[in-house]
Design a protein around this ligand. Structure first.
Ligand code: PLP
Length: 387
């Protein structure tokens, strides 16, 4: 179907918006791996899988191991975006952090569970940009910090919050931010940067009088500016040779706050792609996910009314994402460790750590898999070992 002139204009506006945005990540590129399902050669297994790295095989016609015509799916390896942070967490900060910086943020306050990948991402990326991060983690300090908890401790100012305090999240965040701001500083919610001109640079010395300018980012960066980074990923993926403009791509993604799923779906609609997004609900009820979708879309409408009315409203009738229950429950063998996987049977395209086999699927990121901090750990081990 040919888009109407209004739709086409709307899509050009989206492309302009993405190219005018200041990003945190130097490039939107992600590796895409292709898994083919082949008929089994062995009586003991039902399927065999062949693997190829599409990103490196582009241009030489498909790549080794992928059989033409066999069923296949692709994995977006956003887990490889950064050594210390999870892919979709970095995507959600991609437009948000530069925006907060431009608004003069000296300090950022956010919160998460004890092993929050979001909290770790905020800590690391703030440290990279010279912003102080203040992380409120639910529960108590671990005896031996591991995984994302350790990363938050290394790069951010971590405070532990009791479960009862954490239950009143907004009050907790605001109170903490007020303390950091002190009597001369200011506090602002990142979500409140709406309806202002986001593209124009601001003179940050304007805030020179305030000692501190503290900005609050919601848990999981579940706010509208987080959508832009995910839309940027869709834009990148749509430019890859394997996905033709008219191809019906079906994206399957894990959902915590649901922000990534909404960003993917919104990106597809705004860029005029016939893609659909199925989101596997992990953390909440269907009603809450629908509510989150509505609230993000309504904030998007406030921020970009032109795009919304020309493109989104027409195409979607208010609902972009197909929310589905997970078919098998998630297992948490060790609650102290990060959730670093996208659900096995559903993984077609996922934003995070995607590991191939069932056994591997739930393997948490541990010190051993984080190469930059491995040497220290090995030294420690040697010292403890007799002989
Ligand atoms: C955080 C996370 C999600 C959930 O993202 P939301 O935007 O909160 O829905 C899904 N998968 C992985 C691997 C994650 O780290």
């Amino acid at each position: 179907m040919r888009p109407t002139p209004a739709l086409a204009a709307g899509r050009r506006t989206v492309a302009n918006l993405l190219s005018a945005t200041e990003w945190m990540l130097p490039s939107p590129a992600s590796q895409v791996h292709t898994i083919s399902v082949l008929p089994s050669q062995s009586p003991t297994s039902r399927h065999e899988f062949a693997f190829s790295n599409l990103t490196t095989s582009l241009g030489n016609g498909g790549g080794k191991g992928v059989e033409e015509g066999s069923p296949r799916f692709h994995l977006v390896r956003d887990d490889l975006l950064h050594q210390l942070t999870n892919g979709n967490k970095a995507r959600k900060l991609d437009a948000l952090l530069p925006l907060l910086r431009r608004r003069g943020a000296t300090d950022i306050v956010t919160c998460g569970g004890c092993q929050s990948a979001h909290a770790a991402a905020v800590a690391v990326h703030c440290a990279e940009r010279g912003i102080m991060s203040h992380i409120l983690l639910r529960g108590e300090q671990l005896d031996v910090p591991t995984g994302y908890n350790l990363i938050s401790l290394m790069f951010g100012n971590v405070t532990y919050a009791s479960r009862s305090l954490y239950a009143q999240r907004d009050e907790m965040l605001y109170e903490h931010a007020t303390k950091i701001a002190g009597s001369n500083g200011t506090v602002m919610w990142a979500d409140d940067i709406i309806g202002e001109d986001l593209v124009v640079d601001e003179d940050t010395t304007y805030y020179g009088n305030c000692l501190r300018r503290v900005m609050i980012v919601k848990e999981g960066a579940g706010s509208v500016q987080a959508l832009l980074g995910v839309m940027r990923l869709v834009d990148y993926l749509s430019g890859m040779i394997l996905f033709g403009q008219d191809e019906n791509v079906h994206i399957v993604v894990d959902s915590g706050t649901g922000t990534t799923a909404v960003g993917l779906a919104l990106g597809a609609v705004c860029l005029g792609l016939q893609w659909r997004v199925t989101a596997v609900m992990l953390a909440d009820t269907l009603e809450r996910y629908r509510q989150q979708e509505k609230s993000l879309l309504s904030d998007f409408e406030k921020l970009y009314p032109g795009i919304f009315h020309r493109v989104v409203e027409n195409d979607t009738h208010g609902s972009l994402v197909q929310w589905v229950e997970r078919s098998s429950p998630r297992r948490f063998e060790d609650r102290q460790r990060p959730r670093a996987s996208v659900g096995g049977s559903h993984a077609v395209v996922g934003p995070g750590e995607v590991l191939p086999s069932r056994k591997e699927t739930h393997r948490p990121i541990s010190l051993e898999s984080t190469s930059t901090i491995q040497p220290r750990r090995q030294r420690g081990r040697k010292m403890n070992q007799p002989g």
